[in-house]
Design a protein around this ligand. Structure first.
Ligand SMILES: O=P(O)(O)OC[C@H]1O[C@H](O[C@H]2O[C@H](CO)[C@@H](O)[C@H](O)[C@H]2O)[C@H](O)[C@@H](O)[C@@H]1O
Length: 283
């Protein structure tokens, strides 16, 4: 897998080129931060079947020892991302960190443990009320509730008309969330009800500060990644160079703000592999 080199694509923006140059100049100070679904794993109709692209672990295992840190920043529970990613017990990934539930959970490969914020009592109340709400809206068929522990997510990808089911549910689910002190995190044909107070931007900015990074790469594909993009833009304005990658084009707001739009997880993973090659001095 690591025996041939890939071309490293050039960012389309000046800020992105500066970010990439800073990573190549000082990899040991750089953080590579990656979303999971849609970025490392192809989007599939059944969320329980999502798995990291097969070239992900080999690419990360070559890249991680050369940079300050590789961190996965995801809306998934941290343990689920570790499992679906195949990230545990991998040589080269001994220092991997996964920030799950938009930063409310943290798994690290050193301890193998998940640290988590206390659970919000509103989640249990929403869980109890959701079936009645979905019944009353007449959108049960093909709609699926993902049980996430400290959050619940309503998926419409498998509904007869996924976009219309998403739009129909958006406001009622927002009202339900608000009644219980929760927020709605909208994503790619998913409405997630979760506690407020964290997002990928807060999680990423704290992590970059914690490891004192000199440059950062962030790759995402969904609305929840906009906060992380904003965090990288803020870091750039504070003098920390950054590179923003967008995976796929389903979320135009994100693609428009990216320094390097990539067609999907296979291209993201090829980028990571090419980055490892360049740092190793092979391309
Ligand atoms: O932050 P992420 O790692 O991108 O996680 C965001 C949500 O991703 C998952 O849903 C998405 O992927 C599914 C599998 O490909 C797809 O079926 C669904 O339509 C997408 O929205 C996951 O199920 C959610 O829990 C995450 O919050």
């Amino acid at each position: 897998m690591g025996s041939y080199s890939h071309a490293l694509p050039e960012p389309t923006t000046a800020a992105g080129r500066e970010g990439l140059a800073a990573v190549l100049e000082r990899p040991a100070g750089s953080v590579v931060a990656l979303d999971f679904d849609g970025t490392l794993a192809e989007i599939v109709p059944d969320p329980e079947q999502a798995r990291a692209h097969p070239a992900t672990v080999p690419a990360l295992a070559r890249l991680a020892p050369q940079v300050r840190s590789v961190v996965v920043v995801t809306g998934r529970p941290a343990g689920v991302a570790v499992r679906y990613g195949g990230f545990a017990g991998v040589e080269g990934l001994e220092h991997l960190v996964v920030l799950g539930h938009y930063g409310a959970e943290r798994w690290d490969a050193v301890s193998g443990n998940v640290q988590a914020q206390p659970e919000h009592p509103g989640v249990a109340a929403v869980r109890a009320e959701l079936p009645g709400l979905l019944d009353s809206m007449g959108v049960w068929r093909g709609t699926w509730v993902e049980e996430k522990g400290r959050a619940v997510a309503v998926h419409t990808r498998r509904a007869e008309d996924p976009q219309s089911a998403f739009e129909t549910l958006r406001e009622p689910i927002a009202d339900l969330a608000a009644r219980h002190g929760l927020i709605v995190e909208p994503g790619r044909l998913v409405l997630e009800v979760r506690p407020p107070g964290v997002d990928k931007g807060i999680a990423l900015a704290e992590y970059v500060r914690e490891v004192n990074a000199t440059a950062v790469v962030y790759a995402g594909d969904d609305l929840g990644d906009l906060a992380a993009f904003a965090a990288v833009e803020k870091l750039r304005s504070d003098g920390v160079p950054g590179l923003l990658l967008c995976s796929g084009g389903e979320v135009p707001e994100l693609a428009e703000r990216a320094d390097l739009p990539l067609p999907g997880p296979a291209a993201v993973v090829a980028f990571l592999s090419a980055l490892a090659d360049r740092i190793e001095g092979r391309a």
